[in-house]
Design a protein around this ligand. Structure first.
Ligand SMILES: Nc1nc2c(c(=O)[nH]1)N[C@H]1C(S)=C(S)[C@@H](COP(=O)(O)OP(=O)(O)OC[C@H]3O[C@@H](n4cnc5c(=O)[nH]c(N)nc54)[C@H](O)[C@@H]3O)O[C@H]1N2
Ligand SMILES: Nc1nc2c(c(=O)[nH]1)N[C@H]1C(S)=C(S)[C@@H](COP(=O)(O)OP(=O)(O)OC[C@H]3O[C@@H](n4cnc5c(=O)[nH]c(N)nc54)[C@H](O)[C@@H]3O)O[C@H]1N2
Ligand code: SF4
Ligand SMILES: [Mo]
Length: 724
């Protein structure tokens, strides 16, 4: 049986997989690749059953156009020429900024499509690239840019060597971590403990990870920033500061030190719920450890203070001497070292969205203003939107408002492998590729930022052919530009670079000799990055090993701030810290109110797995609201019944699960469910599930976004619950 090595493109681990196909070319079996350099035989059910999604009976295999309200098959020629000329009309009649593109999570896990998305929009002279970064991580980019000089410099915890680790708002056993490629997490965390170290999980929910490994402590949602403030306060108090290192490699220390002065752990305990004595004991242990680190993920990022909290975390790791140290945090290199190719420009103009206040991050617009962009009339109003590999109506805040806004668009196009709540509103649905059908490099975080704990570079050929009439997302971009009569990215050079493969293939003598255009682009990029030919990459089908990340290799050497030092007190973060007092008093005044957080589950992934029979069944066909016993009995709610959860923007009915895994006063609900209310056709399995869409409850708009990074606040939402 033919087998091919590839890697999964669902989450950041990007597990090495071996795909076995039968004589007809159908997938027979997918197994974990035990020889893969980084994942070493790790994989989960989602990657191992990827062919089921690729071959789903609901897979879209031809372009669809909404005719008389119904999505109807049309030819590629018709769909592309109509979309191309409509976009051209919007550009000419209004402006390039009337056109937007939203790229979702699944397509962002591939290497070239996100790069080409920027180029695609430039074709129309538009800056309106919406991306899921504002739902999961943009706070980390804005802080890194200010502290280290480049958004792509992201120190990672050196877990294999640490003696003391606190994971804030992270549940690795389920989500497999973010901004860190780290397989076999449970085993590796257990090793830390076996060697005498400590692992602590700070989370409003006693998670699957916390039950398997280490210690757990509840924290009230959205109060992490006060945890970090007190941590810094206490660290200073016990003398856990490495002054010499600060003097040599950092600036701004006295400013941050002053900010932490008013926040002893005893003060923040009533808000965070972390007992003072335990807190002080942690700080002591952190300070005494030879290698310690604090790490956070979406539990913090999606809160109201994501940038401030992450900033303080980075300050703590730096001033304690743990940044760039064994067992602390270490800084990897991408296949191209950004620290060599980035120059920090303090005069760089920060680009703003058309409301004049929302900052663009990594040249993307925060999704929290997507509905405003469509509904607010005037210059630059969004009229046409393409959604590639995403489902914003479900996954962004305020689903009902977004749905209303999307209905007002002059043109909505989705590029997807199945229908979705967003496609249900679309004028055209174009059949895109499944990752088994795409060639690829490893995900950009691993490739470009060096966030894999085991550094490597990997290339995969497409494992399967494109299904039916499906096309690569990148080809679709190129074709739309062609039909709009505009050169890609507004540049003939870019146009030639990305279409060279397709162009050469038209020459009869080369037709059968040249690879598909995506393979061709990877071949060019691979050579540019210094990794030689793709043939060489194919021979290294378990990945190409790169140099280990070495502690001591970053400070004083690879920073790109103007003075090459860590800026501990970036100006805008310092001025935002002025809101601590008010935010703290608001928390104190509202300790009795219920707060809702998001939750990820083993068998679901954002909003697409609900249409896979095996995964939906394993999830129990629904998401359930987790509620603490005390909160339930105070409201006369017993297990196994429906409740109504409501906020000022929406209301859902959901099944309740009473459990002491939740901190009192806190509720958790998994996002990505509720398809049965939104999609009338095309989702055979998801259309019969019983869950509810959590984003109906969450308000959008600037006032509900974190001011510096534009992150939507998706965690720690005040909600009310009543019996149904
Ligand atoms: N309340 C709340 N909301 C959240 C979150 C939360 O924690 N709480 N998490 C947020 C996070 S972290 C993220 S990343 C976003 C995700 O937000 P999105 O990216 O918008 O949503 P997904 O469900 O990941 O994307 C699913 C769509 O992509 C399609 N798709 C899958 N594979 C492919 C492919 O290979 N090609 C193409 N063209 N399409 C494909 C699916 O069919 C589906 O329609 O959601 C965010 N939303
Ligand atoms: N199975 C599965 N895996 C996934 C995904 C999925 O949908 N399903 N999504 C993928 C995506 S797109 C991403 S971005 C990554 C995200 O990966 P992670 O960021 O690691 O996400 P989680 O494991 O959900 O960790 C977030 C944790 O934060 C906790 N939390 C919520 N609010 C707060 C708070 O205010 N404070 C603190 N301290 N904790 C809080 C939650 O209980 C949760 O356990 O996961 C990826 N992996
Ligand atoms: S852990 Fe993530 S990358 Fe690995 S197989 Fe599962 S979904 Fe794919
Ligand atoms: Mo995400």
């Amino acid at each position: 049986m033919p087998t091919q090595h590839t890697f999964c493109r669902i989450c950041e681990v990007q597990c090495g997989l071996i795909v076995e196909t039968d004589d007809r070319g159908d997938v027979k079996k997918i197994t974990p690749n035990t020889e893969h350099i980084a994942s070493k035989g790790y994989a989960c059910i989602k990657g191992l059953s990827a062919n089921e999604y690729r071959d789903s009976p609901d897979r879209i295999t031809q372009p669809l156009k909404r005719i008389n309200g119904k999505l109807t098959p049309v030819s590629w020629e018709q769909a592309l020429s109509e979309i191309g000329s409509k976009l051209r009309r919007l550009k000419d009649e209004y402006s390039g900024d009337s056109i937007g593109l939203y790229i979702g999570n699944p397509i962002s896990m591939s290497f070239i499509p996100p790069i080409l998305s920027h180029v695609f929009l430039k074709t129309f002279g538009s800056y309106k690239l919406y991306h899921t970064g504002s739902q999961d991580c943009n706070n980390k980019f804005v802080v890194a840019e200010r502290m280290y000089g480049a958004a792509q410099i992201q120190p990672i915890p050196d877990i294999d060597n640490t003696e003391f680790f606190i994971g804030v708002g992270s549940n690795p056993v389920i989500s497999k971590m973010s901004f860190l490629g780290f397989s076999h997490s449970s085993k590796r965390f257990k090793k830390v403990i076996d060697k005498g170290g400590r692992v602590i999980w700070l989370n409003p929910r006693k998670t699957e990870t916390a039950k398997q490994v280490g210690e757990h402590q509840f924290i009230r949602p959205n109060t992490d920033v006060f945890f970090y403030l007190s941590f810094l306060h206490q660290l200073i108090k016990i003398g856990g500061i490495d002054e010499q290192r600060i003097n040599e490699y950092m600036t701004g220390w006295h400013t941050v030190k002053a900010i932490a002065a008013g926040w002893p752990p005893a003060r923040t305990e009533p808000v965070t719920g972390i007992p003072e004595a335990l807190f002080c004991e942690w700080v002591e242990a952190y300070s005494n450890a030879k290698g310690a680190c604090l790490y956070c993920s979406t539990g913090v990022n999606q809160g109201q203070h994501g940038s401030l909290a992450f900033w303080l975390q980075e300050v703590i790791n730096a001033v304690s001497g743990n940044l760039d140290s064994k067992g602390g945090t270490i800084v990897g290199r991408g296949i191209v070292d950004v620290t060599k190719h980035t120059k920090f420009d303090p005069q760089k103009e920060i680009k703003l969205f058309r409301n004049g206040q929302t900052q663009l991050v990594m040249d993307t617009v925060p999704a929290g203003v997507l509905a405003d962009d469509i509904l607010d009339e005037g210059e630059g109003q969004l009229k046409g939107l393409i959604v590639c590999g995403g489902n914003p109506v479900f996954t962004c805040a305020n689903s009902n408002r977004l749905e209303k806004a999307f209905k007002k668009l002059d043109l909505l196009v989705t590029i997807d492998v199945e229908l979705s709540a967003t496609s249900a509103l679309a004028d055209y649905v174009l059949p895109g590729s499944h990752w088994l059908e795409r060639s690829d490099f490893t995900f950009a975080f691993n490739s470009m930022m060096g966030t894999s704990s085991i550094p490597y570079h990997h290339y995969t050929d497409p494992v399967l052919p494109l299904k039916g009439d499906a096309r690569l997302e990148t080809s679709i971009y190129l074709d739309i530009c062609k039909y709009a009569g505009l050169p890609l990215g507004g540049s003939r050079i870019l146009q030639s670079f990305f279409s060279l493969g397709a162009f050469l293939k038209k020459i009869p003598a080369l037709k059968d000799k040249l690879p598909r255009h995506d393979v061709f682009i990877h071949a060019l990029l691979n050579r540019i990055a210094g990794f030689g030919s793709l043939e060489k990459m194919r021979q290294n089908s378990n990945g190409v090993s790169k140099d280990e990340i070495v502690p001591g290799d970053f400070l004083g050497k690879r920073l790109v701030t103007p003075d090459k030092k860590v800026n501990l007190a970036p100006q805008d973060l310092v001025s935002q810290s002025g809101r601590f007092e008010k935010a703290f008093n608001d928390e104190l005044a509202n300790t009795g109110k219920l707060k809702l957080i998001s939750k990820r589950e083993r068998f679901s992934h954002n909003s697409w797995t609900q249409n896979n029979e095996k995964l939906a069944k394993s999830s129990g066909q629904r998401n359930s609201l987790q509620m603490n016993t005390e909160d339930a009995s105070a409201r006369g709610i017993e297990g196994n019944r429906e409740v109504i959860v409501f906020t000022e923007v929406g209301e859902i009915r959901v099944h309740v699960n009473v459990t002491d895994d939740m901190m009192a006063g806190t509720l958790a609900l998994c996002h990505g469910w509720g398809h049965q209310h939104a999609v009338k056709e095309g989702l055979t399995v998801a259309g019969t599930t019983l869950g509810a869409n959590v984003n109906v409850l969450i308000p959008d708009g600037t006032e509900n976004m974190e001011p510096i990074s534009g992150m939507s606040q998706l965690n720690g939402i005040y909600v009310n619950v009543k019996t149904a």
